[in-house]
Design a protein around this ligand. Structure first.
Ligand code: DX5
Ligand code: ZN
Length: 220
């Protein structure tokens, strides 16, 4: 699939999501951060907002669920129109069943890991997944500083994914910018979330293109 850039709409103007999506027409996906004020100490948006944006946006929606009980709620995000749904493995009670349910409903199934969560215990789950998300900040807020300590885990995730041979994408999220994206690509990531880097730029779409070029210099 190659390099993909998935801007986080958390850093966009929530009063104008349709217009904001149109400002980043070169983006591969729209990353939507769902926070429930339980799994993370912040509250953002839910399925109704995703459903509204999915109807008007040109790009597909990548829903990142930072919520308790994804087993119960994740399927409703597929119904809302998200074409990729990411649950946190720390919150999932039955990640295999959940990934199968997301796929059965017609979306890509993805598993996220917080910075302190290792990938190794979940190696056997990889065939059930379309993407692994390695967080490079503690989830909850945009605009945080990139955590370099997560780079070895990106490398280890890449090794495991390659070993399994399937077409599993490796996404990074948190503090990704022109300064940090090359390190992530070098470690083996191929899908890049960027919130503040994209929406604080004068020309967000040009920033999407620039991030893509920088990542492309260091594909594994
Ligand atoms: C953090 C969210 C991220 C965030 C990224 O919990 O999952 O997607 O919006 O924002 P930046 O790129 O500003 O770190
Ligand atoms: Zn996110």
């Amino acid at each position: 699939m190659g390099i993909q850039i998935t801007p986080s709409m958390l850093a966009s103007d929530f009063a104008n999501l349709e217009t904001e999506a149109a400002r980043i027409s070169g983006a591969d996906w729209l990353h939507m951060d769902v926070m429930d004020n339980h799994f993370v100490p912040n509250l953002t948006l839910g399925a109704p907002v995703i459903e509204a944006l999915a109807k008007v946006a040109a790009q597909p929606i990548d829903a990142h669920l930072m919520i308790e009980d994804p087993d119960r709620w994740a399927p409703s995000y597929v119904e809302a129109g998200a074409q990729s749904v990411t649950f946190h493995v720390e919150a999932a009670k039955a990640p295999v069943r959940l990934a199968r349910e997301i796929r059965a409903k017609g979306a890509r199934a993805s598993m996220a890991l917080k910075p302190a969560t290792p990938i190794e215990p979940y190696e056997d789950l990889l065939p059930e997944l379309d993407m692994v998300l390695v967080m490079t900040v503690e989830p909850g807020f945009g605009g945080q500083k990139f955590l370099d300590i997560c780079l070895p885990k990106i490398q280890r995730a890449r090794t495991l994914i390659d070993k399994h041979g399937g077409d599993i994408w490796l996404q990074v999220d948190g503090g990704v910018s022109l300064d940090t994206i090359e390190r992530c690509a070098e470690a083996g990531a191929d899908v890049f979330v960027a919130g503040s880097a994209v929406f604080s730029a004068d020309d967000p779409d040009a920033m999407v293109a620039e991030l893509r070029t920088h990542a492309g210099r260091h594909t594994h």
